[in-house]
Write a protein that binds this ligand. Structure first.
Ligand SMILES: [Zn+2]
Ligand SMILES: [Zn+2]
Length: 202
């Protein structure tokens, strides 16, 4: 099954196929929260506990058909994930490892206009909750589905590495260079985005 992928203003367009193979989860980590705040979209991308819904899948299932020039990339640190977004309206798109051989994207739900019901029918319900200790408020949500997801993803990654299909990705050019030059955030900016509750230092 193929679903539309689109930024909020409609400039970046594409589709995602094989959504039935995706692993749906919610990540509560501070880095995902910081990414949403960096985009100025924490109010609607994050749920009330600071969680970001992602669909874990192979990048080869993601296709862009228009507006690729608006696809931008940020890294929270020089070693972190590549976090992709649409520059035009700051819609988060997904997170990929910086090394293209590791064939993985955590697509952020926000770029899929699909409603909950049809997503439930295709990709299944949210089965995984990770980094729940970083969730906002108490009590913390229960961590679930991590072991199953790791087993599933590791197998898929290994196959893509061995059969060379990791090269089918819209996020990297040949030779594994990201299609957009990643901006790396400075440590002070990152601290503010990760821990807004601490307020300005000093
Ligand atoms: Zn846009
Ligand atoms: Zn996260």
């Amino acid at each position: 099954m193929s679903f539309a992928l689109q930024c909020h203003c409609g400039t970046l367009q594409g589709h995602v196929d094989c959504l039935e193979t995706a692993n749906r989860g919610i990540c509560y980590c501070r880095d995902c929260q910081a990414f949403a705040r960096y985009l100025g979209r924490d109010g609607d991308v994050l749920d009330e506990r600071g969680g970001t819904e992602v669909l874990q899948m192979l990048p080869k299932h993601v296709h862009f058909t228009a507006g690729l020039e608006e696809l931008a990339c940020v890294r929270l640190t020089g070693k972190g994930l590549l976090r992709w977004y649409a520059r035009c309206c700051r819609t988060p798109v997904g997170n990929t490892p910086p090394v293209w051989r590791i064939s993985y994207v955590g697509l952020v739900r926000d770029c899929l206009p699909e409603d909950d019901r049809s997503l439930d029918e295709t990709a299944g319900p949210v089965r995984m909750r990770v980094h729940t200790k970083s969730a906002i408020g108490e009590p913390k949500p229960k961590s679930t589905g991590v072991a199953t997801a790791v087993v599933r993803i590791t197998g898929t990654l290994a196959r893509a590495w061995l059969n060379g299909s990791f090269k089918q990705t819209p996020f990297f050019k040949a030779a594994g260079i990201p299609v957009a030059r990643p901006e790396v955030l400075g440590p002070e900016t990152l601290q503010k985005l990760k821990y807004p509750e601490r307020g300005p230092a000093g």
